[in-house]
Design a protein around this ligand. Structure first.
Ligand code: AMP
Ligand code: GLY
Length: 424
Protein backbone atom coordinates (compact mmCIF):
# COMPACT_ATOMS: atom_id res chain seq x y z
CA UNK A 1 0.00 0.00 0.00
CA UNK A 2 1.01 3.58 -0.64
CA UNK A 3 0.49 5.90 2.32
CA UNK A 4 0.43 9.66 1.93
CA UNK A 5 1.18 11.87 4.94
CA UNK A 6 0.15 15.53 4.84
CA UNK A 7 2.41 18.08 6.50
CA UNK A 8 6.03 19.10 6.72
CA UNK A 9 7.14 19.31 10.35
CA UNK A 10 8.88 17.17 12.95
CA UNK A 11 5.64 15.34 13.72
CA UNK A 12 5.26 14.37 10.07
CA UNK A 13 8.88 13.25 9.90
CA UNK A 14 8.26 10.97 12.88
CA UNK A 15 4.99 9.67 11.38
CA UNK A 16 6.66 8.93 8.03
CA UNK A 17 9.52 7.24 9.82
CA UNK A 18 7.12 4.96 11.74
CA UNK A 19 4.85 4.28 8.76
CA UNK A 20 7.83 3.35 6.57
CA UNK A 21 8.62 0.54 9.00
CA UNK A 22 5.25 -1.15 8.50
CA UNK A 23 5.15 -4.45 6.65
CA UNK A 24 1.94 -3.29 4.95
CA UNK A 25 3.55 -0.28 3.31
CA UNK A 26 5.30 -0.22 -0.05
CA UNK A 27 5.85 3.49 -0.24
CA UNK A 28 5.43 6.57 1.92
CA UNK A 29 4.68 9.89 0.27
CA UNK A 30 4.78 13.13 2.20
CA UNK A 31 3.11 16.26 0.83
CA UNK A 32 4.51 18.80 0.88
CA UNK A 33 7.15 17.25 3.16
CA UNK A 34 10.58 18.76 3.58
CA UNK A 35 14.18 18.02 2.70
CA UNK A 36 14.58 16.22 6.03
CA UNK A 37 11.47 14.11 5.47
CA UNK A 38 12.72 13.24 1.97
CA UNK A 39 15.15 10.85 3.62
CA UNK A 40 12.26 8.55 4.62
CA UNK A 41 9.50 9.41 2.13
CA UNK A 42 8.99 10.62 -1.42
CA UNK A 43 7.99 14.25 -1.12
CA UNK A 44 5.60 16.04 -3.44
CA UNK A 45 4.57 19.67 -3.46
CA UNK A 46 0.98 20.50 -2.59
CA UNK A 47 -0.92 23.48 -1.27
CA UNK A 48 -2.36 22.13 1.97
CA UNK A 49 -4.77 25.07 2.06
CA UNK A 50 -6.50 23.64 -1.01
CA UNK A 51 -8.65 20.62 -0.19
CA UNK A 52 -9.20 20.02 -3.91
CA UNK A 53 -5.46 19.93 -4.62
CA UNK A 54 -4.91 17.40 -1.83
CA UNK A 55 -7.67 15.11 -3.10
CA UNK A 56 -6.37 15.33 -6.68
CA UNK A 57 -2.86 14.45 -5.55
CA UNK A 58 -4.03 11.51 -3.42
CA UNK A 59 -6.04 10.16 -6.38
CA UNK A 60 -3.23 10.68 -8.85
CA UNK A 61 -0.75 8.88 -6.59
CA UNK A 62 -3.12 6.02 -5.79
CA UNK A 63 -2.87 6.57 -2.05
CA UNK A 64 -4.47 3.75 -0.06
CA UNK A 65 -4.43 5.88 3.08
CA UNK A 66 -3.94 9.57 3.75
CA UNK A 67 -2.68 10.57 7.21
CA UNK A 68 -3.36 14.19 8.06
CA UNK A 69 -0.62 15.74 10.23
CA UNK A 70 -1.72 19.31 11.00
CA UNK A 71 -5.10 20.65 12.09
CA UNK A 72 -5.90 23.25 9.44
CA UNK A 73 -6.71 20.80 6.61
CA UNK A 74 -8.94 18.83 9.02
CA UNK A 75 -10.86 21.94 9.99
CA UNK A 76 -11.17 22.76 6.27
CA UNK A 77 -12.75 19.35 5.60
CA UNK A 78 -9.95 17.41 3.94
CA UNK A 79 -11.04 14.12 5.55
CA UNK A 80 -14.62 14.57 4.36
CA UNK A 81 -13.41 15.31 0.82
CA UNK A 82 -11.00 12.36 0.74
CA UNK A 83 -13.69 10.02 2.06
CA UNK A 84 -16.03 11.37 -0.63
CA UNK A 85 -13.41 10.35 -3.20
CA UNK A 86 -13.20 6.87 -1.70
CA UNK A 87 -9.80 7.38 -0.06
CA UNK A 88 -9.50 6.45 3.63
CA UNK A 89 -8.27 9.44 5.59
CA UNK A 90 -6.85 9.35 9.10
CA UNK A 91 -8.18 12.44 10.83
CA UNK A 92 -11.68 13.53 11.84
CA UNK A 93 -14.34 15.13 9.68
CA UNK A 94 -14.60 18.93 9.78
CA UNK A 95 -17.54 18.87 12.20
CA UNK A 96 -15.57 16.82 14.75
CA UNK A 97 -12.36 18.80 14.13
CA UNK A 98 -14.15 21.88 15.48
CA UNK A 99 -13.14 20.50 18.88
CA UNK A 100 -9.73 21.92 17.99
CA UNK A 101 -10.69 24.55 15.42
CA UNK A 102 -12.87 26.59 17.72
CA UNK A 103 -12.19 26.89 21.40
CA UNK A 104 -15.71 28.30 21.86
CA UNK A 105 -17.18 25.18 20.24
CA UNK A 106 -15.02 22.93 22.45
CA UNK A 107 -16.12 24.76 25.60
CA UNK A 108 -19.80 24.47 24.71
CA UNK A 109 -19.31 20.78 23.89
CA UNK A 110 -17.66 20.12 27.25
CA UNK A 111 -20.38 21.96 29.12
CA UNK A 112 -23.05 19.95 27.29
CA UNK A 113 -21.40 16.62 28.05
CA UNK A 114 -20.22 17.26 31.60
CA UNK A 115 -16.51 17.10 30.79
CA UNK A 116 -14.29 18.87 33.38
CA UNK A 117 -12.53 22.02 32.16
CA UNK A 118 -11.61 25.56 33.24
CA UNK A 119 -14.36 28.12 33.79
CA UNK A 120 -14.40 30.65 30.97
CA UNK A 121 -16.13 33.56 29.29
CA UNK A 122 -16.11 34.48 25.62
CA UNK A 123 -15.80 38.08 24.37
CA UNK A 124 -15.95 39.74 20.98
CA UNK A 125 -15.59 43.24 22.42
CA UNK A 126 -12.15 44.19 23.81
CA UNK A 127 -13.64 46.75 26.22
CA UNK A 128 -15.79 44.09 27.83
CA UNK A 129 -12.91 41.59 27.91
CA UNK A 130 -10.74 44.18 29.67
CA UNK A 131 -13.48 45.00 32.17
CA UNK A 132 -13.86 41.28 32.89
CA UNK A 133 -10.17 40.68 33.70
CA UNK A 134 -10.14 43.81 35.87
CA UNK A 135 -13.14 42.48 37.78
CA UNK A 136 -11.54 39.02 38.21
CA UNK A 137 -8.31 40.66 39.35
CA UNK A 138 -6.13 37.50 39.46
CA UNK A 139 -4.24 35.06 37.27
CA UNK A 140 -6.16 34.24 34.09
CA UNK A 141 -5.48 32.82 30.64
CA UNK A 142 -6.24 34.85 27.51
CA UNK A 143 -6.89 32.86 24.33
CA UNK A 144 -7.57 33.82 20.74
CA UNK A 145 -10.62 31.78 19.73
CA UNK A 146 -9.39 30.59 16.32
CA UNK A 147 -6.35 28.61 15.24
CA UNK A 148 -3.02 30.32 15.96
CA UNK A 149 -0.48 27.46 15.72
CA UNK A 150 -0.54 26.93 19.47
CA UNK A 151 0.70 30.46 20.09
CA UNK A 152 -2.53 32.42 20.58
CA UNK A 153 -2.60 31.74 24.32
CA UNK A 154 -1.15 33.86 27.10
CA UNK A 155 -0.98 32.47 30.62
CA UNK A 156 -1.10 35.59 32.81
CA UNK A 157 0.06 36.02 36.39
CA UNK A 158 -1.81 39.27 36.90
CA UNK A 159 -4.27 41.78 35.43
CA UNK A 160 -1.57 43.86 33.71
CA UNK A 161 -0.38 40.89 31.67
CA UNK A 162 -3.96 39.99 30.80
CA UNK A 163 -4.70 43.51 29.56
CA UNK A 164 -1.56 43.45 27.41
CA UNK A 165 -2.58 40.09 25.94
CA UNK A 166 -6.08 41.33 25.09
CA UNK A 167 -4.59 44.35 23.36
CA UNK A 168 -2.24 42.21 21.29
CA UNK A 169 -4.86 39.65 20.29
CA UNK A 170 -7.99 41.79 19.84
CA UNK A 171 -6.79 45.29 19.05
CA UNK A 172 -3.48 44.66 17.26
CA UNK A 173 -4.66 41.34 15.77
CA UNK A 174 -1.31 39.61 16.13
CA UNK A 175 -3.09 36.39 15.10
CA UNK A 176 -5.36 37.97 12.52
CA UNK A 177 -9.01 36.96 12.57
CA UNK A 178 -8.26 34.22 15.11
CA UNK A 179 -8.42 37.13 17.57
CA UNK A 180 -11.90 38.35 16.67
CA UNK A 181 -13.10 36.60 19.81
CA UNK A 182 -11.16 35.84 22.97
CA UNK A 183 -11.74 33.44 25.80
CA UNK A 184 -10.81 34.56 29.27
CA UNK A 185 -10.25 31.42 31.33
CA UNK A 186 -9.66 30.43 34.88
CA UNK A 187 -5.98 29.52 35.21
CA UNK A 188 -5.69 25.82 36.03
CA UNK A 189 -2.93 24.59 38.30
CA UNK A 190 -1.26 21.20 38.26
CA UNK A 191 0.77 19.16 35.78
CA UNK A 192 0.02 19.34 32.10
CA UNK A 193 -0.07 16.14 30.04
CA UNK A 194 -1.01 15.02 26.56
CA UNK A 195 -3.19 11.92 26.27
CA UNK A 196 -3.91 10.14 23.00
CA UNK A 197 -6.60 7.71 21.86
CA UNK A 198 -7.10 6.30 18.36
CA UNK A 199 -10.78 6.26 17.40
CA UNK A 200 -12.70 4.64 14.56
CA UNK A 201 -16.07 6.27 15.26
CA UNK A 202 -17.36 3.17 17.04
CA UNK A 203 -14.63 2.52 19.57
CA UNK A 204 -11.22 3.73 20.64
CA UNK A 205 -7.92 2.34 21.83
CA UNK A 206 -5.75 4.29 24.26
CA UNK A 207 -2.49 5.24 22.57
CA UNK A 208 -0.54 6.57 25.52
CA UNK A 209 0.63 9.72 27.19
CA UNK A 210 3.41 12.24 26.93
CA UNK A 211 4.36 15.52 28.52
CA UNK A 212 5.13 18.53 26.37
CA UNK A 213 7.05 21.65 27.47
CA UNK A 214 5.18 24.63 26.05
CA UNK A 215 7.13 27.57 27.39
CA UNK A 216 10.22 28.82 25.61
CA UNK A 217 12.54 28.88 28.62
CA UNK A 218 13.76 26.56 31.36
CA UNK A 219 11.57 26.37 34.43
CA UNK A 220 8.43 26.95 32.33
CA UNK A 221 9.19 30.62 31.88
CA UNK A 222 8.93 32.71 28.74
CA UNK A 223 6.34 32.67 25.99
CA UNK A 224 4.14 29.80 24.92
CA UNK A 225 5.54 27.98 21.90
CA UNK A 226 4.38 25.09 19.74
CA UNK A 227 6.38 22.88 22.15
CA UNK A 228 10.08 22.83 23.11
CA UNK A 229 10.41 19.17 23.99
CA UNK A 230 8.48 16.16 25.19
CA UNK A 231 8.93 12.81 26.83
CA UNK A 232 6.88 9.66 27.23
CA UNK A 233 5.65 7.97 29.38
CA UNK A 234 5.03 10.43 32.19
CA UNK A 235 4.87 9.50 35.88
CA UNK A 236 2.05 12.05 36.26
CA UNK A 237 -0.23 9.39 34.76
CA UNK A 238 -0.29 6.22 36.82
CA UNK A 239 -2.90 3.50 36.34
CA UNK A 240 -5.49 5.25 38.53
CA UNK A 241 -5.06 8.61 36.80
CA UNK A 242 -5.29 6.92 33.41
CA UNK A 243 -8.57 5.27 34.43
CA UNK A 244 -9.89 8.61 35.48
CA UNK A 245 -8.79 10.22 32.17
CA UNK A 246 -10.53 7.48 30.21
CA UNK A 247 -13.74 7.60 32.27
CA UNK A 248 -14.07 11.33 32.80
CA UNK A 249 -12.65 12.69 29.56
CA UNK A 250 -11.97 10.30 26.68
CA UNK A 251 -15.12 8.18 26.93
CA UNK A 252 -17.58 11.09 27.35
CA UNK A 253 -15.84 13.05 24.58
CA UNK A 254 -16.02 10.13 22.20
CA UNK A 255 -19.63 9.30 23.14
CA UNK A 256 -20.63 12.97 23.04
CA UNK A 257 -19.35 13.42 19.51
CA UNK A 258 -21.19 10.33 18.38
CA UNK A 259 -24.38 11.46 20.08
CA UNK A 260 -24.02 14.86 18.39
CA UNK A 261 -23.80 13.10 15.02
CA UNK A 262 -20.06 13.55 14.42
CA UNK A 263 -18.40 10.20 15.15
CA UNK A 264 -14.69 10.75 15.65
CA UNK A 265 -12.22 8.94 13.43
CA UNK A 266 -8.57 9.71 13.96
CA UNK A 267 -6.48 10.52 16.98
CA UNK A 268 -8.12 12.36 19.83
CA UNK A 269 -5.43 14.33 21.64
CA UNK A 270 -6.57 15.54 25.05
CA UNK A 271 -4.41 18.25 26.54
CA UNK A 272 -5.06 17.90 30.26
CA UNK A 273 -4.15 19.49 33.55
CA UNK A 274 -3.84 16.90 36.31
CA UNK A 275 -4.25 18.02 39.90
CA UNK A 276 -4.64 15.62 42.83
CA UNK A 277 -5.16 12.84 40.29
CA UNK A 278 -8.11 14.60 38.64
CA UNK A 279 -7.98 15.55 34.97
CA UNK A 280 -9.37 18.76 33.51
CA UNK A 281 -9.30 19.51 29.81
CA UNK A 282 -7.14 22.46 28.75
CA UNK A 283 -7.98 21.84 25.12
CA UNK A 284 -8.61 19.18 22.54
CA UNK A 285 -6.58 18.58 19.42
CA UNK A 286 -7.76 16.63 16.41
CA UNK A 287 -4.32 15.30 15.44
CA UNK A 288 -1.07 14.05 16.88
CA UNK A 289 0.98 16.45 18.98
CA UNK A 290 4.22 18.03 17.93
CA UNK A 291 6.73 17.28 19.49
CA UNK A 292 5.00 14.52 21.52
CA UNK A 293 4.72 12.31 18.43
CA UNK A 294 8.50 12.13 18.14
CA UNK A 295 9.07 10.23 21.44
CA UNK A 296 5.83 8.25 20.98
CA UNK A 297 6.92 6.97 17.56
CA UNK A 298 10.36 6.11 18.89
CA UNK A 299 8.72 4.05 21.65
CA UNK A 300 6.18 2.31 19.42
CA UNK A 301 6.87 -1.41 19.03
CA UNK A 302 3.67 -2.45 17.24
CA UNK A 303 2.72 -1.60 13.66
CA UNK A 304 1.16 1.87 13.39
CA UNK A 305 -0.47 1.35 10.01
CA UNK A 306 -3.25 -1.15 10.91
CA UNK A 307 -4.37 1.35 13.56
CA UNK A 308 -4.36 4.34 11.23
CA UNK A 309 -6.03 2.45 8.41
CA UNK A 310 -8.58 0.80 10.71
CA UNK A 311 -9.50 4.16 12.23
CA UNK A 312 -9.76 5.77 8.78
CA UNK A 313 -12.04 3.00 7.52
CA UNK A 314 -14.19 3.06 10.65
CA UNK A 315 -13.09 -0.43 11.67
CA UNK A 316 -10.16 -0.78 14.03
CA UNK A 317 -8.81 -4.34 13.97
CA UNK A 318 -10.46 -6.51 16.65
CA UNK A 319 -7.03 -7.12 18.16
CA UNK A 320 -5.90 -3.49 17.80
CA UNK A 321 -3.05 -2.87 20.17
CA UNK A 322 -0.50 -0.26 20.95
CA UNK A 323 2.74 -1.58 22.33
CA UNK A 324 5.05 1.08 23.67
CA UNK A 325 8.61 0.22 24.65
CA UNK A 326 11.33 2.04 26.54
CA UNK A 327 10.90 5.70 27.54
CA UNK A 328 11.91 8.36 25.06
CA UNK A 329 12.78 12.05 25.24
CA UNK A 330 12.69 14.68 22.50
CA UNK A 331 14.54 18.00 22.86
CA UNK A 332 13.66 20.68 20.33
CA UNK A 333 16.39 22.89 18.89
CA UNK A 334 14.79 26.16 17.83
CA UNK A 335 15.92 29.25 15.97
CA UNK A 336 16.96 32.45 17.68
CA UNK A 337 13.83 34.53 18.33
CA UNK A 338 11.29 31.67 18.16
CA UNK A 339 8.29 31.77 18.86
CA UNK A 340 8.44 35.26 17.35
CA UNK A 341 10.31 36.08 14.14
CA UNK A 342 13.51 34.22 13.45
CA UNK A 343 16.28 34.09 10.85
CA UNK A 344 16.70 31.14 8.47
CA UNK A 345 19.54 29.76 6.38
CA UNK A 346 21.96 29.16 9.25
CA UNK A 347 24.28 26.24 8.75
CA UNK A 348 23.60 23.21 10.96
CA UNK A 349 26.56 21.14 12.10
CA UNK A 350 26.88 17.87 13.97
CA UNK A 351 23.93 15.81 12.70
CA UNK A 352 26.11 12.74 12.11
CA UNK A 353 27.65 13.07 15.56
CA UNK A 354 24.15 13.29 17.06
CA UNK A 355 23.13 10.09 15.31
CA UNK A 356 26.35 8.46 16.51
CA UNK A 357 25.40 9.48 20.05
CA UNK A 358 22.35 7.22 19.66
CA UNK A 359 19.65 9.78 18.89
CA UNK A 360 17.09 9.90 16.11
CA UNK A 361 16.96 13.45 14.81
CA UNK A 362 13.59 14.44 13.36
CA UNK A 363 13.68 17.48 11.11
CA UNK A 364 11.11 20.19 11.82
CA UNK A 365 12.45 23.19 9.92
CA UNK A 366 15.56 22.47 7.87
CA UNK A 367 16.60 22.64 4.25
CA UNK A 368 19.38 21.04 2.25
CA UNK A 369 22.17 23.34 1.19
CA UNK A 370 24.86 21.75 -0.92
CA UNK A 371 26.05 18.73 1.03
CA UNK A 372 24.80 20.11 4.31
CA UNK A 373 21.76 21.43 6.13
CA UNK A 374 20.55 24.90 7.08
CA UNK A 375 17.78 26.15 9.33
CA UNK A 376 14.43 26.86 7.66
CA UNK A 377 11.90 27.20 10.48
CA UNK A 378 11.22 28.26 14.07
CA UNK A 379 11.51 24.79 15.46
CA UNK A 380 14.44 23.25 13.61
CA UNK A 381 15.16 19.76 14.96
CA UNK A 382 13.62 17.28 17.41
CA UNK A 383 16.52 15.37 18.91
CA UNK A 384 14.94 12.18 20.20
CA UNK A 385 16.38 9.25 22.11
CA UNK A 386 15.24 6.15 23.93
CA UNK A 387 16.77 4.60 27.02
CA UNK A 388 16.27 1.80 29.52
CA UNK A 389 14.79 4.45 31.80
CA UNK A 390 13.86 8.10 31.50
CA UNK A 391 17.20 9.26 32.93
CA UNK A 392 19.24 7.40 30.33
CA UNK A 393 16.93 8.49 27.51
CA UNK A 394 17.45 12.05 28.66
CA UNK A 395 21.20 11.67 28.91
CA UNK A 396 21.38 10.27 25.41
CA UNK A 397 19.15 13.00 23.97
CA UNK A 398 21.22 15.79 25.54
CA UNK A 399 24.52 14.18 24.46
CA UNK A 400 23.17 14.39 20.90
CA UNK A 401 21.88 17.94 21.41
CA UNK A 402 25.34 18.98 22.55
CA UNK A 403 26.82 17.55 19.35
CA UNK A 404 24.65 19.83 17.17
CA UNK A 405 25.21 23.52 16.60
CA UNK A 406 23.92 26.42 14.55
CA UNK A 407 24.17 30.13 15.17
CA UNK A 408 21.57 31.37 17.66
CA UNK A 409 20.26 27.86 18.46
CA UNK A 410 18.06 27.75 21.55
CA UNK A 411 16.77 24.79 23.49
CA UNK A 412 15.59 23.91 26.96
CA UNK A 413 17.93 22.05 29.31
CA UNK A 414 15.14 20.75 31.54
CA UNK A 415 13.04 18.48 29.33
CA UNK A 416 11.73 15.66 31.59
CA UNK A 417 13.57 17.17 34.58
CA UNK A 418 10.45 17.39 36.72
CA UNK A 419 9.65 13.74 36.11
CA UNK A 420 13.21 12.78 37.04
CA UNK A 421 13.02 14.83 40.23
CA UNK A 422 9.78 13.19 41.41
CA UNK A 423 10.11 10.89 44.38
CA UNK A 424 9.84 7.29 43.12
P1 AMP B 1 -4.05 25.81 24.44
O1 AMP B 1 -3.70 26.29 23.06
O2 AMP B 1 -5.43 26.08 24.86
O3 AMP B 1 -3.61 24.38 24.68
O4 AMP B 1 -3.09 26.61 25.40
C1 AMP B 1 -1.68 26.59 25.25
C2 AMP B 1 -1.03 26.35 26.58
O5 AMP B 1 -1.39 27.36 27.51
C3 AMP B 1 -1.45 25.06 27.24
O6 AMP B 1 -0.72 23.98 26.75
C4 AMP B 1 -1.16 25.35 28.69
O7 AMP B 1 0.21 25.23 28.96
C5 AMP B 1 -1.53 26.80 28.80
N1 AMP B 1 -2.93 26.94 29.24
C6 AMP B 1 -4.01 27.05 28.43
N2 AMP B 1 -5.15 27.15 29.15
C7 AMP B 1 -4.79 27.12 30.44
C8 AMP B 1 -5.52 27.21 31.68
N3 AMP B 1 -6.86 27.38 31.71
N4 AMP B 1 -4.82 27.16 32.82
C9 AMP B 1 -3.47 27.02 32.80
N5 AMP B 1 -2.73 26.93 31.67
C10 AMP B 1 -3.37 26.98 30.50
N1 GLY C 1 2.62 19.92 21.39
C1 GLY C 1 1.32 20.41 21.46
C2 GLY C 1 0.58 20.38 20.21
O1 GLY C 1 0.94 19.71 19.27
O2 GLY C 1 -0.45 21.01 20.16
Amino acid sequence: MRVMVLGSGGREHALCWAIARSSQVDEVICAPGSDGIARVARTLPVDLASVGAVVDLAKREGAGLVVVGPEDPLVAGVSDALAGAGIPAFGPCADAARLEGSKAFAKAFMARHGIPTAAHELFDDPDRAEAHVRALGGPVVVKADGLAAGKGVTVCDDTGQALAAIREVMRERRFGDAGAQVLIEERLLGEEVSYYAICDGERFVPFGAAQDHKRALDGDRGENTGGMGAYSPTPVIDAAVERSILERVVRPTFDGLRADGHPYRGVLFCNLMIRDGEPRVIEYNARFGDPETQPLMLRLQSDLVPLLLGAARGRLPADARVELGEPAVCVVLASEGYPRSYPTGREIRGLEAAAAAGATVFHAGTARSGDGWVTAGGRVLGVTARGADLASACERAYAAVDAISFEGAQHRRDIAARALARPA
